[in-house]
Write a protein that binds this ligand. Sequence first.
Ligand code: ATP
Length: 351
Amino acid sequence: MSGLVLDGLVKRYGSVTAVHDATLNIPHGKFVCLLGPSGCGKTTLLRMIAGLDAPTQGRIVIDGANITDVPTHKRDFGMVFQSLALFPHLTVGENIAYPLRIRGASKADQKAAAERLLGLVRLPGVADRPVSKLSGGQRQRVSIARALALSPRLFLLDEPLSALDAKLREAMQIELKQLQQSLGITTIVVTHDQREAMTMADLVVVMSAGRILQAAPPIEIYRRPADAFVADFIGMTNLLPGTVTAPGLIAVEGGVLAAQETGPAGTKVMVSVRPEEVNVHATLGGPQGGTNHLPGTVTFLRDLGASVEIRLDVAGKEIIAVSAPQDRPLVEAGDTVAVELPAAACVVLPQ
Ligand code: ATP
């Protein structure tokens, strides 16, 4: 098997199991984001891949070779970790060329490599500056350039953009993705930001409480989440608990939903419907019910310019609908409405 294989990785710290049985195949050239809330084990998983922490159990295999016990410096990986800060007393160029200096490269080769790498991270002409004179975003580019100096076979980054402000962060996400695409290097990034993962990743690995819940392309995770946690963590969603009354039909608070792949009658399920799939219909006092149409009341409406968000009360539960401004339903706060959750938009998940 070519690429990176994580085979049943476990990491225990005393009585705490930080990572449970992580198994994953990462083909060459993929951009992978390890995504999950604080404490879910994503940094621990990355540190095991990097060789900074030894797994309690399991194997790490790259291109068929078991590297579980190979020390970090012999793994040939590039890393951008918080703990691997830049050397403040060296210039930008010296920082970037540092890994080459350790390998005994000539001064001329170091200088040429630093210039080439600075071009790659779109920061030309600053090789002679002290790193202390750079902004946060520029420093992060220098860290990335230094990590790529030895043309590593794997590129590992732990929350590389978390210290940057929102606008710069978004620009850097796109740059990092473009850089990775141009180099074709297998890259693994830890993030707790789902938008960041959706922007950059070919493969999103969602983790919770030390376990991998789902590993799939971003749009598949969005459209076909494995469970309610993933559905809720990736973008906004409405979650309605219900019970299957007959195959294809689910009773929820306020009405009945037709949906696909419900399982047999009696199954307890969670129905996830994305806000952009919810349709709100003015009823003008007429009938509000019917399959996939639940009676509700508008509690709050806000026009955000690019979209309109409507908050609804359906049988005591809040449902959120988002529509494009041109599709804005003619309703106001206080109106009774029919809330349509179309059958094709109802994703049935285990409860
Ligand atoms: P964050 O986003 O906050 O960095 P994370 O998802 O990266 O979180 P980890 O840092 O991998 O999570 O931690 C996972 C669990 O393992 C946590 O419960 C943490 O307290 C525990 N843990 C991590 N490192 C150690 C350690 N060196 N000793 C003891 N427990 C640890």
